[in-house]
Design a binder for this molecule. Structure first.
Ligand code: ADP
Ligand code: MG
Length: 537
């Protein structure tokens, strides 16, 4: 690129750099973002379709999950990548609403394009969109419903809505029940939930119906020694973050041995040290030992003789969850262990699961960590199941924490649209037009729900809008009957935070893309050259 200065050309960018500016840059970015939104729109809602994705290695993923689809698509265009980011953020923050967020962002940009054509400046559109988003959050908290503590039926509905339309839906009763039990179990008293305390294990084999919740931990481990008991009832559990090993050679680097009996003495001393360590373990009164480090062979048989079940080299995360499940405190040395450090489980046993030995720690008293074992006939089934369970765990956690929900099925989007139109009128000027475009964009949700269910989108939107105008704020689209119904009564509900997060990040992405009027790509960048990513359009 170059500039003319008094007839002389000044080159400021390296050769090969491409530059795309003004309306051109905007058009290209908007087209790419819309293409991404279109790619996932057909999966929205309980009647949405699945996508089959095949990666470079030929591995197949079949999914209905927006974030997963976008992650697996090989997207190159820079603006399109920003759309993928929305899905990722949404997935990380709330676990659900990924498709909605991307679809809304796409629609915001599509409607912005019309405004750009009418020569409304991008900054005006951006400002209007931001005002509308702020107002939307206010309106949403106004129509949100508070969940009463202990209302597990409501939590179950939240989980069911999150997995509707996914492959797992046929088993929603069982799965959502498990999810609600798991989350309420591991929740802290203030409602904070860290779902890493739900230890999810996938085991190919058996049927989906065999998916179950263990009120304790399932460990991918065997006992350290065959002489150890396979089963311990009313187990007193020691969690040890120290090795039961003694390596003299690590302590003193040089040993002088001149007579054969010295070798024996040396070995005897080694063994004695290990016995001493094992004795310390035995004296704690523990009947089960989980060790994060190694356990020496000699110590293993010594512990086995004492009737202790031990396992070694456990993962840090498993140790943490064991502590939460059994009430034990992890000991960092063998010297300062008190009986109060020991945890309890009604039953610890080694058993076979899908042909593999596992240690199950169950019948814990008040476990703050649980294990969820996913079963299914194949990898594909289990993986889609895991994604559905993950979403359900996330949304239930969000509601246990926030205690706020809204109706689903397009109800909040229609209500927002109506209220925003009224609000726009009070604002006036050019910004009003942008707020109205925002309001109209939200209707893409009920419209897509209707389209994906093979219903007439215009008829459906008119009908839901009429319901809302007569004060029925929780009416949304019953995709099975093809008419508006009260979504709260139908149990189609979602966390408030799924909606607020989706709106915020969709607006943010749309505004960011709109504000770009110059795309400068260096020669080696894979950034846009005005075109669309391959396979899209
Ligand atoms: P997302 O990735 O955005 O969560 P989904 O495919 O899960 O996409 O679809 C979510 C949309 O489907 C939400 O608007 C939700 O309210 C709606 N929805 C879910 N279940 C139902 C149902 N049974 N009836 C009508 N709408 C539903
Ligand atoms: Mg969803």
């Amino acid at each position: 690129m170059s500039q003319q200065l008094g007839g002389q050309q000044i080159i400021i960018l390296r050769q090969g750099t491409t530059r795309n500016r003004g309306q051109d840059a905007q058009n290209s970015n908007i087209a790419a973002a819309k293409a991404v939104a279109n790619a996932v729109r057909s999966t929205l809602g309980p009647k949405g379709m699945d996508k089959m994705l095949i990666d470079g290695m030929g591995d197949i993923t079949i999914t209905n999950d927006g974030a997963t689809i976008l992650q697996q698509m090989d997207i190159e265009h820079a603006a399109a990548k920003m759309m993928v980011e929305i899905a990722k953020t949404q997935d990380k923050e709330v676990g659900d609403g990924t498709t909605s967020a991307v679809v809304i962002a796409g629609e915001l940009l599509k409607n912005a394009e019309h405004l750009l054509d009418q020569r409304i400046h991008p900054t005006v559109i951006a400002e209007g969109y931001q005002q509308a988003a702020t107002k939307s959050l206010e309106i949403l908290s106004g129509i949100a419903v508070t969940v009463k503590p202990g209302d597990n039926a409501m939590l179950k509905n939240i989980a069911e809505t999150a997995i509707s339309g996914k492959g797992a839906e046929a088993y929603k009763d069982l799965l959502c029940d498990i999810v609600v039990r798991a989350v309420t179990r591991v929740a802290d008293p203030d409602g904070t939930v860290d779902i890493s305390h739900v230890n999810v294990q996938k085991k190919v084999g058996g049927a989906i119906e065999d998916t179950s919740l263990v009120e304790g931990m399932i460990l991918d481990k065997e006992r350290a020694h065959p002489g150890m008991p396979k089963e311990v009832k009313n187990a007193k559990i020691l969690l040890l973050n120290a090795a039961i090993e003694y390596k003299k050679t690590e302590v003193s680097a040089k040993i002088n041995i001149t007579r054969p009996d010295q070798v024996q003495a040396f070995l005897d001393e080694d063994e004695q040290m290990i016995h001493a360590m094992a004795d310390k373990v035995i004296r704690t009164g523990a009947t089960v030992v989980f060790c994060q480090k190694g356990i020496d062979d000699v110590a293993q048989s010594y512990l086995a003789k004492a009737g202790i079940l031990a396992a070694r080299r456990l993962k840090k995360s498993d140790m943490d969850n064991l502590a939460r499940a059994t009430g034990a405190t992890i000991a960092n040395s063998l010297d300062a262990i008190t009986p109060a450090d020991l945890g309890f489980a009604g039953l610890v046993e080694e058993k076979k699961l899908s042909g593999q030995e596992m240690i199950s720690v169950s019948k814990c008293k008040n476990p703050k960590a649980v294990s969820l074992i996913i079963r299914g006939a194949s990898e594909h089934v289990i993986e889609e199941l895991e994604r559905a369970i993950h979403d359900a765990l996330m949304v239930v956690s969000v509601v246990v924490k926030d205690k706020k929900i809204v109706a689903g099925g397009g109800a909040p989007e229609i209500e927002l649209s109506l209220q925003l139109h009224r609000y726009a009128a009070t604002v006036g000027g050019r910004i009003q037009i942008a707020i109205e475009a925002f309001a109209k964009s939200l209707e893409v949700i009920p419209r897509s729900l209707a389209e994906n269910a093979g219903l007439d989108p215009i008829d459906m939107i008119v009908a839901i809008r009429a319901a809302h105008e007569s004060g029925k704020k929780t009416f949304g689209l019953d995709v099975f009957e093809g008419k508006p119904v009260d979504m709260l009564k139908a149990g189609v509900i979602e966390p408030l935070r799924v909606k607020t997060q989706a709106l915020s990040s969709a607006t943010e992405a749309a505004v960011m893309i709109l504000r770009i009027d110059d795309v400068i790509a260096s020669a080696h960048a894979s950034a846009p050259r005005g075109g669309m990513p391959p396979g899209m359009g």
